[in-house]
Design a protein around this ligand. Structure first.
Ligand code: PLP
Length: 415
């Protein structure tokens, strides 16, 4: 394996920090729901940059907007107003649920969670939080405190300060009621848990979370970083449940692929944060703003929410029709889909990539997750289904494990 590696792969493996389990492939181009590696091989991309490329890779409107903006202005801090930023804020607030009319701009989902934490504390004068078991909120020390899975937190010990966080079972109204007190600043939850295994919330749980937070003077903060921007068949997943939060964290698909993040909130939440209380250098940069304007307009013009709803229903119907004793459950909302297997999903994800040219991702060890661009065609969905059926039949997890161990040994030797 090592001798046939390209110089690009060699360099990444050599210089990277080592926190990523890198696939042995070098991706060089993308368009719509297709990406190509350096040898010219094409893949149907159901990873989409972890749910970033909702409107497809290199959407022509985003490409044009970025090209135009790059010639005009790339950086401008937020103390200095900028035409593209103003335009973006107008577009964003225009699609947000009613009542969310103020925005803190940043560069990633994790940063949006950090902002949510600080704004919730200043808005309520309280410091306790309720988060969800199986929830995922990001990797910074502050956001990690809301992340349930111990493997993300434990290596960093007490530096992850989650003494002030109570975790409740996602969907358990009784536990939620017991956890929310008059010390609670906010309840934080994903409308569909992503990393936790693609689990949609029940309407009852979401509505109770809304009611109980209001009753106790706490905020309801929805993490729509993965679910937002048409992924689930609505512009925001909260719309499925008839719930309007006090704040929403946004990132991933918001700028058609460029780095961006935001905390959207009510005026009451925003108004209690003092000037200078938070900030970031790259947040609201004109380049991401131009891309964001183009992306949100494309979502509206091309009816991307409707497309995600229809294609997601079709995708899940086809998955549910697969007859395989290896499948435990097919779950999801719109084009955020998970298939829970009765065994580890990694060998299947590996085979889909290598043998079938289909990129998928894991969500918990048992789940194969599909987050394709909303622009994926029915024919591409059919191809993915056929590929998945084949790997379910051909992959022998024990043989795969032996091959993995053998490959690991080979790599060790060649070092
Ligand atoms: C991806 C994700 C995050 C973290 O976002 P980054 O941009 O990777 O920092 C937080 N919450 C949810 C639900 C996510 O899916």
């Amino acid at each position: 394996m090592t001798t046939t590696q390209s110089k690009w792969l060699d360099a990444e493996l050599k210089y990277d920090s080592g926190v990523y389990n890198k696939h042995h492939v070098v991706m060089t181009r993308g368009l719509g729901a297709t990406v190509w590696d350096e040898s010219g091989r094409s893949y149907i991309d159901c990873v989409a940059g972890y749910g970033v490329a909702n409107i497809g890779h290199s959407h022509p409107d985003v490409v044009r907007a970025v090209k135009e903006q790059v010639d005009r202005l790339i950086v401008m801090p937020q103390t200095l107003p900028n035409d593209k930023r103003a335009e973006f804020l107008g577009e964003l607030v225009g699609v947000l649920p009613q009542g969310l009319e103020r925005v803190f701009l940043c560069n990633s989902g994790t940063e949006a969670m950090e902002a949510a934490k600080k704004f919730a504390i200043t808005a309520t004068g309280r410091q306790r939080f309720v988060s969800m078991k199986r929830g995922f909120s990001g990797r910074s020390l502050g956001a990690l405190a809301f992340t349930w899975e111990p493997k993300y937190r434990e290596p960093f010990g007490d530096a992850v300060d989650n003494k002030n966080v109570d975790f409740v079972s996602y969907g358990n109204v009784e536990e939620l009621r017991a956890a929310i007190t008059d010390q609670t600043a906010a309840v934080i939850m994903e409308p569909v848990q992503g990393e936790g295994g693609v689990r949609p919330a029940s309407a009852e749980f979401m509505q109770e979370a809304r009611r109980l937070t209001k009753e106790k003077g706490a905020l309801l903060i929805l993490d729509e970083i993965q679910t937002g921007f048409c992924r689930t068949g609505k512009m925001f997943a909260a719309e499925h449940f008839g719930v309007t939060p006090d704040a929403m964290t946004l990132a991933k698909a918001m700028a058609g692929g460029l780095p961006i993040g935001a905390l959207a909130m009510t005026a009451e939440v925003a108004d209690r944060m003092p000037a200078g209380g938070h900030g970031t250098t790259f947040g609201g940069n004109p380049l991401s703003m131009a891309a964001g304007v183009a992306a949100i307009r494309a979502m509206k013009r091309e009816g991307m929410a409707e497309q995600a709803r229809e294609k997601g229903a079709y995708f899940m119907e086809r998955l549910r029709a697969i007859q395989s004793p290896k499948i435990r459950e097919v779950r999801g909302l719109g084009l955020m889909i998970g298939v829970e297997l009765k065994e580890k999903s990694a060998p299947y994800i590996h085979a889909l990539e290598h043998e079938e040219g289909v990129l998928t991702l894991q969500a918990t060890p048992l789940v194969v997750r599909f987050l394709p661009p909303v622009t994926i065609s029915k024919e591409q969905i059919d191809t993915v289904i056929a590929a998945f059926e084949r790997v379910l039949q051909t992959v022998d997890p024990r043989a795969e494990r032996r091959a993995e161990l053998a490959q690991g040994a080979e790599e060790k030797q060649s070092e």
